[in-house]
Design a protein around this ligand. Structure first.
Ligand code: AVJ
Length: 332
């Protein structure tokens, strides 16, 4: 589904080391790229939490405000005993709003690529919600993964995909993910998705170029992680954070730009950089409410409702699984 096509070359290091494979594969491609999910080692996950508090970074505050303002209405979508499954949970402060508003949720399943983060968060959540069963799953949710048996046994499952994480996918990958989520969540499932909306470029550019430089640290931490985990020798002083809004494609692009002509070793491979050449580290697509609804409809979800903030910066949308997939792809 959402996994990127891989070029048919021998694998570096061990065959099951997907981080090593994806990094070397991406750095040998033209243009160079590394999947954004690799930002989230423990340090990266903590840097992202700092980003969410930055004055320029509006999405988290907007989404929290929408969730608080409409919590009761959103909670009505979550029937008694349902399992709430959060994709890319990180620090679960958004789920807390739903858990408070829907006290009869039977089970909360945070799924995140950063195992340390969700275990820490789950421990705190259990203290604050003693009645709630919390079953964290450390998994890359862009790949197939299994829900805990308790979640499969719940009367129904409600997916929660906040933070505009869906914006990190290419639009066709986002459709693939939504379809995959429908299969994981199963019959009568509901889905609550948070998405960042298209808005003036100045606002977007500021959100990814904060004055304190935390977003730059978050971006550069990818090289620190590669150095540590893949025996890399990137010199962090020779790369720079670049982030800009690409208007044609409605997306923020983040890159690490090489400040000079240089070489770096990664997992035994030598990678050459021209001066100014970049590693494309993230796309963050911005949507209109209608475009997200259309994408979800095509992936088998029926739109139920959309809630926006007053500035129309951010949107939370609810869907329910259609009984049948749209006919075009029913044979999949
Ligand atoms: C919330 C993961 C989609 O694009 O806003 C923040 C992460 N990257 N600053 C986003 C991010 C740079 C992000 N996601």
């Amino acid at each position: 589904m959402v996994a990127l096509a891989r070029s048919p070359r021998p694998l570096p290091q061990v065959a099951d080391d997907t981080f090593a494979f994806d990094v070397v594969d991406g750095l040998q491609a033209t243009p160079k790229r590394v999947p954004a999910k690799y930002f989230y080692d423990d340090t990266g996950s903590q840097l992202f939490e700092r980003i969410t508090d930055l004055p320029e970074y509006y999405p988290t505050r907007c989404e929290m405000r929408i969730l608080r303002a409409h919590a009761a209405e959103i909670a009505k979508l979550i029937p008694d005993g349902a399992a709430l499954v959060e994709f890319g949970a990180g620090a679960n402060k958004k789920a807390r709003i739903l858990l408070q508003a829907a006290p009869n949720i039977g089970l909360y399943v945070p799924v995140d690529i950063c195992g340390e983060m969700i275990e820490r968060e789950a421990a705190e959540l259990r203290l604050d919600f003693p009645q709630l069963t919390v079953l964290p799953v450390a998994a890359d949710f862009t790949q197939a993964f299994d829900l805990p048996a308790e979640a499969k046994a719940a009367p129904l499952r409600v997916g929660f995909f906040p933070g505009s994480t869906i914006g990190n996918f290419e639009p066709h990958e986002a459709a693939g993910f939504l379809r995959h989520a429908g299969k994981i969540l199963g019959a009568r499932a509901r889905l609550i998705v948070g998405v960042d909306l298209i808005k003036p470029a100045e606002v977007l550019n500021a959100a990814y170029n904060d004055a304190e430089g935390i977003t730059a640290q978050f971006n550069l931490n990818l090289l620190t992680r590669i150095n540590r985990e893949l025996g890399g020798n990137f010199n962090l002083d020779c790369f720079e954070h670049h982030a800009f809004y690409n208007r044609e494609r409605h997306r923020i692009e983040m890159h690490l730009a090489s400040l000079k002509r240089q070489k770096a070793k990664v997992a035994g491979e030598t990678i050459e950089f021209r001066a100014g050449e970049t590693i494309h580290t993230e796309n963050s697509y911005k949507y209109s409410t209608e475009k997200l609804a259309a994408l979800a409809r095509g992936a088998g979800w029926r739109p139920l409702h959309a809630w926006n903030d007053e500035r129309k910066y951010f949107s939370i949308q609810a869907f329910e699984l259609a009984d049948e997939m749209p006919p075009l792809r029913a044979a999949e």
